[in-house]
Design a protein around this ligand. Structure first.
Ligand code: IPD
Ligand code: CA
Length: 265
């Protein structure tokens, strides 16, 4: 599946150019929920991506964040986030990405994550490794959770869903070097693949947020599972990615909560 990457990369770059036109400007937004909204640039980016993918891969289905499912009969499906980190983008906060993942069934087989502001293009294909701007990347070697640098995120139903990750956030904050909330799941995964972060977890996540990122981490030598440790993470709507060395320790905190061991002082 590495043959699809140059095309996916070119499509992400075209979408990135559109998104960059809007960065730092005031946006027309539509509320999707209490704290969930969309800008005109999410729509414009998605339009370019969907029409380019349909032209290049007429047999492939597409599931895109803003326009939903564009069905086809073939076995491959693209999952598309035209801007991952919309809240950051709309506030002029410089951290967001364009994210394209290719699935065969539920299994991510190719993916690109493009951070247009920093000109960072992350690519991965199943069994072919992960790269940043064409150079191979690798996860960190941190094995001690007490020294680990993690990221997490919170779903848009945080105000109403009792499983809103706030308890887990506190538990990890006490058991690691620190936890960041960056606001882009794709960047959380990409930075784990690159070793800037040692791991990332989230509940209530969508396939377009993490399909490419989960593959990227795996291909960079790490692990991607659900928060229960299931390798088939996409249907669960949850994710844990890590450098692999920390994976069981992260799953343990998620399982045991406040009773999980604290680091020595
Ligand atoms: C969101 C971001 C955020 C995560 C949310 C996602 P969006 O995606 O990835 O970091 O915590 O769960 O929905 O809305 O910016 O595409
Ligand atoms: Ca989005």
């Amino acid at each position: 599946m590495s043959d699809v990457l140059p095309i996916a990369e070119a499509v992400a770059r075209r979408a990135g150019a559109i998104v960059m036109e809007g960065f730092g400007r005031v946006h027309r937004v539509r509320q999707k929920g209490a704290i969930d909204f969309v800008t005109e640039f999410d729509h414009r980016s998605e339009e370019v991506i969907v029409s380019a993918l349909q032209k290049e891969f007429p047999d492939h289905a597409i599931l895109a964040e803003e326009t939903g499912l564009h069905p086809r009969t073939g076995e491959y499906q693209w999952v598309v986030d035209p801007i991952d980190g919309t809240t950051n983008f709309a506030h002029g906060l410089p951290l967001f990405a364009i994210c394209l993942g290719l699935l065969r069934g539920n299994v991510p087989v190719a993916g690109v994550i493009y951070d247009p502001l920093h000109e960072e293009m992350y690519c991965a294909a199943l069994g072919r490794g992960a790269t940043l701007n064409g150079r191979p990347i690798r996860v960190s070697s941190q094995a001690d959770l007490g020294q680990a640098f993690l990221a997490t995120g919170f779903a848009y139903d945080i105000r109403t869903n009792p499983r809103n990750n706030l308890a887990q956030f506190a538990q990890f904050q006490l058991r690691t070097q620190g936890v960041r909330r960056l606001g882009s799941a794709a960047i959380d995964c990409a930075w784990t693949a690159l070793g800037r972060l040692d791991g990332y977890w989230e509940f209530g996540i969508e396939p377009w947020d993490v399909a490419a990122g989960g593959l990227l981490v795996r291909e960079a030598g790490g692990r991607a599972t659900s928060t229960d440790g299931d390798e088939d993470f996409l249907p669960t709507g949850t994710i844990v990615v890590s450098n692999g060395l920390l994976h069981e320790q992260i799953l343990r905190v998620l399982r045991e909560g406040d009773t999980a061991p604290l680091p020595e002082q």
